[in-house]
Design a protein around this ligand. Structure first.
Ligand SMILES: [Zn+2]
Ligand SMILES: [Zn+2]
Length: 152
């Protein structure tokens, strides 16, 4: 795997929101669930998880998606592009849309999840595939440990 230099930088479509990541991603994944298809107006979503304390952001964001308590989705206030999300109970991580990064090609998905809801034509090249999600926190830790070997 190619390892881009830190910090990783990126922006929304219009450039009003800029992000910077001072740490390597913890995991990259494609999610094929119907929710992600609708949320991203695409066949699947691409996410890079980062430690929350490595993430800095400038520009105004607005909450969108379903605005649930458990899951917060943040969009650029101007172009309304999806930038990142947070999951309640996993506050130590943020989930960045890979498309936001300037060098998005450097972070291919390592895992795909929710292939039960995958569109037939959506093929993603990954190391691990799950019909739903990794079952336990230990499974997720193991995936992150394996993924981190590709990073300095
Ligand atoms: Zn924008
Ligand atoms: Zn999903």
């Amino acid at each position: 795997m190619k390892t881009p230099r830190l910090p990783l930088e990126g922006s929304c479509l219009c450039g009003m929101v800029r992000v910077s990541l001072s740490a390597s991603p913890l995991l990259t994944l494609a999610c094929h669930c119907r929710g992600c298809q609708k949320l991203c107006a695409s066949d699947y979503s691409l996410t890079a998880m980062f430690p929350a304390d490595s993430f800095s952001i400038t520009g105004d964001v607005a909450r969108g998606g379903l605005r649930s308590k458990g899951r917060e989705h943040f969009y650029c206030h101007s172009c309304l592009g999806f930038v990142y999300s947070r999951i309640a109970g996993a506050d130590e991580r943020i989930n960045l849309r890979i498309s936001v990064l300037d060098d998005a090609a450097a972070l291919p998905p390592f895992v795909e999840v929710m292939t039960d809801e995958k569109q037939d034509w959506a093929e993603v090249s990954v190391a691990h595939s799950y019909c739903r999600f990794p079952e336990t926190a230990e499974d997720l830790q193991r995936l992150m440990a394996q993924y981190s070997k590709g990073w300095p």
